[in-house]
Design a protein around this ligand. Structure first.
Ligand code: GTP
Length: 347
């Protein structure tokens, strides 16, 4: 793995972006597994008040994932809290007696990557750190299902009403912004696509890329670190080639299209009924993402639950280390019926 300092002796940072549930944390875990003792620090940003990704990575047993190497910024989106959170966090990491050789930054699934890349030009960090590359992870099956596609009729109607608008779907705008920033695209969850679907999805991604960028199919985020790290992109010097839907307003944007809330869970004898209910609830209410941990009676281990759309997985990841209740973070588009969703989950 090429983790050498850049010619100007700046610490390289890799931004891992991609929509909710695409597989960013999974990819980070793989990178850490292959780090072979290199000093890598991780900054994880999440949409929603309770951090699940940081919890998933911290002390997961992979060397390097000790809690002190993982910084969680759980209050909203990195792209909006650059001055308050991001710059001080980076500075603290770089000022360590034993500073990291490489920094991995996982954005929230709803973050726009461009304002974050821009932040690397702030005087406080510009001479010390550089964006080695932007890795955009995409959820292959979600693209195949048309999750990020505009409805052409709705777009046409919207354009007639207001020509400055070009999307009816906030998901497609995010998808394009995340691809627009990419130095490399990881087409993840290839196990859920056949050859023909893989070809179609690849063509769809290519059609949205503003420049020639490599697309690497992957399962469980398994891509060799040598492919993802050491790209030397210096993305902060190259903003013009990374278009964003928010360029016209100098990056200004809001995240009011999406919302999240937490459902606190009781302790269960068995999680079977809950696990059977969750995909139904997600489908009935068009929930984008559900993730969290379930507490079971007489079990020291916590059950990690991950849902993307109506696709769910669960496994016992490690013992509870605190007295927290089981909980699930639910993310969806603004206007989802929070009360009905919580009720259905707890039924
Ligand atoms: N079938 C399949 N599932 C995958 C693959 N990669 C990740 N997943 C699953 O997809 C779910 C979401 O993965 P994460 O790595 O948490 O996704 P993320 O992008 O970090 O999610 P957010 O931080 O919420 O945006 C988990 O249940 C993973 O186990 C894959 O290649 N194939």
């Amino acid at each position: 793995m090429s983790l050498n300092k850049t010619p100007l002796d700046k610490t390289p940072a890799t931004i891992v972006t991609g929509f909710l549930g695409a597989g960013k944390t999974t990819l980070l875990r793989h990178l850490m597994k292959e780090a072979h003792g290199r000093r890598i620090a991780i900054i994880v940003n999440e949409f929603g008040a309770l951090g699940v990704d940081g919890e998933t990575l911290k002390d997961c047993g992979i060397p390097g994932c000790e809690a002190e190497n993982i910084v969680e910024l759980a209050n909203g989106c990195l792209c909006c809290t650059v001055a308050d959170d991001f710059i001080p966090t980076l500075t603290t990491l770089l000022d360590r007696a034993d500073p990291p050789e490489h920094i991995l930054i996982e954005t929230s699934g709803l973050a726009l990557p461009k304002p974050l890349i821009k932040a690397f030009n702030w005087p406080a960090i510009r001479s010390r750190v550089t964006v080695d590359g932007v890795v955009t992870v995409v959820d292959g099956p979600a693209i195949a299902e048309g999750r990020f596609a505009d409805d052409p009729d709705a777009v046409a109607a919207q354009r007639r009403a207001d020509p400055s608008l070009d999307h009816d779907n906030p998901l497609s705008e995010l998808f394009e912004d995340q691809l627009g920033a990419a130095d490399i695209v990881v087409l993840n969850k290839a196990d859920l696509l056949d050859e023909a679907a893989l070809r179609t999805v690849r063509a769809d991604i290519t059609a949205h890329l503003p420049r020639a960028v490599k697309i690497v199919p992957a399962q469980e985020g398994v891509v060799p670190p040598s492919v993802l790290l050491g790209l030397n992109a210096a993305a902060e010097d190259d903003l013009a080639t990374r278009p964003s839907h928010h360029d016209a307003v100098d990056g200004e944007h809001e995240h009011d299209d999406f919302d999240s809330f937490v459902v606190v869970l009781p302790e269960y004898e068995s999680a079977d009924a809950l696990l059977a209910r969750l995909p139904e609830v997600a489908a009935a209410h068009d929930v984008l993402r559900i993730k969290g941990f379930v507490r079971l009676k007489n079990k020291a281990m916590r059950l990690a639950v991950q849902g993307v759309g109506r696709r769910f997985r669960s496994h016992f990841d490690r013992a509870w280390t605190d007295g927290r209740d089981g909980h699930l973070v639910v993310i969806g588009q603004t206007g989802m019926n929070q009360e009905a969703i919580a009720k259905a989950i707890l039924a």
